[in-house]
Ligand binder design. Structure first.
Ligand SMILES: [Zn+2]
Length: 695
């Protein structure tokens, strides 16, 4: 490790001295020979990546961006072109390299390359922090914002200036040097506390150990996997284990496991959470905001914490009746199983739902899988999105990619025939690969005077790998995940802006960015769409209407209680960042006790769920966003329900108004224009099976 660092430093010195007075020609040649730091519109030659050229790309990007920023700092002619355009160009250079390093780090099979990608990403992130704290740059941009030219800017450019300025203000640039130093130290404390909080969850030592007498109900093969040499069984705190134990184990074992699971990170995270909230609140106060939520919401679609509270309270009321029905349904099932009690405990829910789904809907998911071979699903979603959104995909043969499993496609606009993007599909699990599903940006589409810089993105998922005698067969929930992620992908293919800063989807407001993917989940339940591709992999027979109807009906089992759980999480997160005062008497346990009734369940005694509520770190004052964006997703979907799920004119309208602007403009206005009226939550409620009372 040491020698690697030393090598890095020597290498860095060489680069700096080697680049002290580069000519443009030298620069261009070096750029072209590097597979990562490449000319715009060139694709990354993944096969040519080496740890060395990844670091070289990051170093060179930093040097080239710095040259532009140095000109900006020394510029006396204050104009959009001399200040803002330069700032945009510098960011473009950085993101050209830093954005794909995230993908490479999460997917590349070579550990040395992953390590280099991580280092390159950190180097550029640190450089970005420097830019965010650069007073000379800030002053120039501020000066520009006071000019006449600023007043007459087009909306996209004005938004760009405003967002960059807000970012500087929120970084504390208007404060005294002393306070700026304090802000810096607070941010680093917040970062460190967050890292430790998450580490305490993922490395929780909690485990359940049982002996033979307590194994009743647990499947034999699962027991065998977890058997220790001394004859006992040991269960870790991973999600697959959670799901199996909570479905099959006997009640006392489930309760024991549930308690351990809900106490991951306890007790150490109790104190860490209070310090996290304290530092965040202190940071917000110094920056001039009443609370951390007020501060964070300056960057979101939701206008104020009050509006978020109204939103949560409104949903709570509207979900109530359906949640009561759900509760009764589980209670009756419990009675029918001969179990006593007039209450449902939370550790009983997974098992009851499992039984309910089998009894009421008798969906055999193993059988349904046979109708969803991956290639059919890909063809289906391709056909659907190409038809609806005027796109055309073409597979690239023998692509230059990071693993033989990865496929590559070109994305054309049907109307103009022009290439607008390139995307990669990396679908099968392998060692050291990102283990969830996500759409990674590589490069955003940017409008240029003479055309378009093409968008580049990758979908990374983990679907079952085909075997010699069987194709990859997907569960319907996998199909839903694929549809969701493909929504992000299409969004990133068509979103475009003249301003690099606003190009692509990475700066779409956090509480709206899920809407264009949440809406896709609806198509995964649409009969006309399923008929296109849900065909038995051996017989070619279509999935029957009966099964499709069962899938649709089963979707709303428990939807009221699940909705209330989301309201609880959203309210809890908002309370901690908007009302809670650490070290003033109230504890986070008190908050849990006070808000838990929203869920309609009793809080399981001696549990501290907040110690493993990891989203508090990543989404501080942002958890509400999941339901917030879903309201818009479902409302927009209601248009497709009215006018046809495969209505091309509507699809194109959706592409133009909602997808193409990307991070530009006000999403609320865009949705209103798309709907032809103000958005509301009726469609969300309908999609959850909530009966609504007419006003
Ligand atoms: Zn998503």
């Amino acid at each position: 490790m040491n020698s690697k660092h030393l090598f890095g430093i020597i290498f860095l010195l060489f680069l700096i001295s080697g680049c002290s007075s580069p000519t443009n020609k030298e620069n261009a040649e070096k750029t072209i020979s590097n597979p990562l730091y490449r000319p715009v519109n060139d694709l990354i030659a993944f096969s040519k990546l080496t740890p060395e050229n990844i670091m070289e790309a990051a170093e060179n990007a930093k040097l080239d961006a710095e040259k532009i920023l140095e000109e900006l700092r020394n510029e006396n002619d204050i104009s959009y072109n001399s200040i803002m355009h330069r700032y945009d160009e510098a960011l473009k250079i950085i993101y050209t390299v830093s954005t794909p390093t995230e993908l490479i780090f999460e997917t590349h099979p070579d550990s040395a390359i992953r390590e280099a990608a991580k280092n390159a990403s950190e180097l550029l992130k640190n450089y970005e922090y420097q830019i965010d704290a650069d007073d000379k740059i800030y002053q120039k941009i501020k000066q520009f914002s006071q000019s006449e030219e600023y007043q007459s800017l087009s909306p996209d450019r004005k938004q760009f200036v405003d967002e960059v300025l807000l970012n500087y203000v929120n970084s504390g640039m208007d404060l005294s040097k002393e306070k700026q130093q304090f802000v810096k130290s607070l941010r680093s404390k917040i970062h460190n506390v967050g890292v430790n909080f998450l580490k305490n969850i993922s490395s929780s030592p909690n485990k359940l150990v049982i002996t033979d007498k307590d194994t009743v109900g647990i499947p034999q093969d699962f027991l065998a996997q977890n058997k220790k040499s001394d004859g006992t069984y040991e269960f870790d705190m991973s999600y697959p284990t959670y799901s199996t134990i909570m479905k099959f184990a006997k009640p006392e074992i489930r309760k024991k496991y549930f308690t351990l699971f809900k106490n991951r990170g306890y007790p150490e995270n109790m104190e860490l959470l209070d310090s996290l909230l304290y530092y965040r609140q202190t940071l917000a106060s110094i920056l001039g905001y009443k609370t951390y939520a007020d501060y964070k919401l300056t960057e979101r679609m939701a206008p104020s914490p009050e509006k978020v509270w109204d939103f949560e309270n409104d949903l709570k009321e509207k979900f109530d009746a359906k949640a009561n029905e759900d509760y009764q349904e589980l209670l009756e099932l419990k009675k029918s199983l001969g179990e006593c009690g007039d209450k449902i405990e939370e550790y009983e829910v997974s098992r009851l739902l499992y039984i309910l789904n089998r009894q009421k809907y008798s969906i055999d998911h193993e059988k349904v899988k046979k109708y969803f071979p991956l290639d059919n699903v890909i063809n289906g979603i391709f056909k659907m999105t190409q038809t609806l959104f005027g796109l055309n995909y073409e597979e690239v043969k023998n692509p230059d990619v990071w693993h033989p499993d990865v496929r590559m496609f070109k994305c054309y606009d049907t109307e103009t025939g022009k290439l607008i993007g390139v995307f990669y599909l990396d679908f099968f699990p392998r060692k050291n690969k990102y283990s969830h599903a996500a759409c990674f940006s590589i490069y955003p589409g940017q409008i240029q005077e003479n055309g378009l810089d093409i968008a580049q993105a990758a979908l990374v998922c983990n679907f079952p790998k085909p075997t010699e005698d069987k194709p990859s067969l997907m569960k319907h929930s996998d199909v839903e995940t694929f549809f969701h992620e493909f929504g992000h992908l299409v969004h990133s293919m068509v979103a475009k802006s003249r301003v690099f800063y606003l190009s692509g989807i990475d700066r779409v407001k956090l509480d709206f960015v899920e809407a264009p993917s949440q809406i896709y989940e609806n198509w995964a339940y649409e009969k006309d769409v399923l008929k296109i591709f849900a065909k038995h992999y051996q017989t070619g027979e279509s999935l029957s209407d009966e099964i499709i109807e069962k899938l649709i009906a089963a979707k709303n089992v428990y939807s009221g209680l699940a909705g209330l759980k989301q309201v609880f999480y959203g309210s809890y997160d908002m309370y901690l960042h908007n009302k809670y005062l650490p070290y003033q008497g109230e504890t986070t346990d008190d908050v849990t006790r006070n808000l838990y009734p929203i869920t309609k369940f009793d809080l399981t005694e001696d549990t501290h769920f907040q110690c493993n509520f990891g989203h508090l770190v990543g989404y501080g004052a942002g958890y509400y966003g999941y339901m917030w964006s879903k309201v818009f997703a479902q409302d927009m979907w209601s248009k497709f329900e009215e006018e046809g799920a495969m209505n091309k004119a509507l699809g194109m309208k959706y592409r133009k108004l909602i997808l193409e602007p990307g991070a530009q403009g006000d999403p609320y206005k865009a949705v209103t224009e798309f709907l032809g009226r103000e958005p509301n939550s009726n469609a969300l409620l309908k999609s959850m099976g909530v009966k609504q009372v007419e006003n």
